[in-house]
Design a protein around this ligand. Structure first.
Ligand code: NAP
Length: 258
């Protein structure tokens, strides 16, 4: 087996699905996958945003849009059926689509709780469940398949500002460890990436000074980029990351806490 980087980090010919691949971190990861030869499916609700992203990413390689709302099991089953109609295996699943909801403790609504736990926790769990036959088919053919859940530094910060969001991401990290133990025998690794601040639509909703404060407090004094998150996702998705399982990897420019 060659120890050359082009072999260790090769993801060409792999089939990848990135939820929320039409925007922000998901689009950054999808761009890195497409640029490196993976056939990459991107998922989102908004058709216009999906079309714009696919038009851009097709300039780099093979990219397909699948429109779906994955906040409930019906939407997840529809997505699994759509992918199953096009592919006989799934090598890499990136559970990236996420939601945020900021409100003071006394006024935090049930609708906000349900949205955060549906998109951030329920959706990754049932996506893996419904896509398991395709992931197993990849593992049988290629000797491995990968699931990567996108968490957040908020999972472990205990910050009041990200009250329920942080709890949903903590649940996702727990799920990551337990799913790794559940699926290891199938040669499917399950890991999580916990990003710090990356430019995105979710973050655009924050006042500019909040981002500037985050950046000023980060040892590396900058936000994350597509190179940063794309490189880590490729590492975990390739042979190079084969022995990493059940882990949460922080990528935050050295800034811990939210
Ligand atoms: N950006 C950061 O600094 C940061 C830091 C830590 C963690 N994260 C995590 O990174 C992930 C991506 O967030 P982002 O910041 O890149 O946000 P973003 O730019 O708002 O992207 C979110 C993506 O998810 C899709 N999405 C949301 N709800 C969906 C649903 N129900 N069904 C299908 N697709 C859905 C959105 O498309 P549609 O709206 O068209 O459906 C969009 O493509 C999230 O899990 C977030 O919690 C982000």
């Amino acid at each position: 087996m060659s120890l050359k980087a082009e072999n260790l980090f090769d993801i060409s010919g792999r089939v990848a699905l990135v939820t929320g691949g039409s925007s922000g971190i998901g689009k950054m990861i999808a761009s890195a996958f497409v640029a490196n030869g993976a056939r990459t499916y991107i998922v989102g609700r908004d058709a216009g945003r999906l079309e714009a992203a696919v038009a851009e990413l097709r300039g780099l390689g093979d990219c397909v849009a699948l429109q779906a709302d994955i906040s409930d099991v019906a939407g997840i089953e529809g997505l699994a059926a759509a992918l199953g109609g096009r592919e006989d295996r799934l090598d890499i699943l990136i559970n990236n689509a996420g939601a945020s909801w900021v409100a003071p403790f006394e006024r935090f609504p049930e609708a906000g709780w349900d949205k955060l736990f549906n998109v951030n926790v329920k959706s990754p769990f049932f996506l893996v469940q419904k896509l398991l036959p395709l992931l197993r088919a990849a593992a049988a053919k290629e000797c491995w398949a990968r699931v990567i859940n996108i968490s957040s530094t908020s999972a472990r910060s205990g910050a009041a500002s990200t009250l329920v969001y942080g709890a949903s991401k903590a649940a996702l990290e727990q799920l990551t460890q337990a799913m790794a133990k559940t699926l290891g025998a199938d040669r499917i690794t399950v890991n999580a990436i916990a990003p710090g601040w990356f430019p995105s639509r979710i973050n655009d909703r924050n006042p500019k000074e909040v981002g500037e404060r985050w950046k000023a407090e980060a040892p590396l004094q900058r936000f994350g980029t597509a190179e940063d998150i794309g490189g880590l996702a490729i590492f975990l998705s390739s042979r190079a990351g084969a022995f990493v399982d059940g882990q949460v990897i922080d990528i935050n420019g050295g800034r811990t806490g939210s």
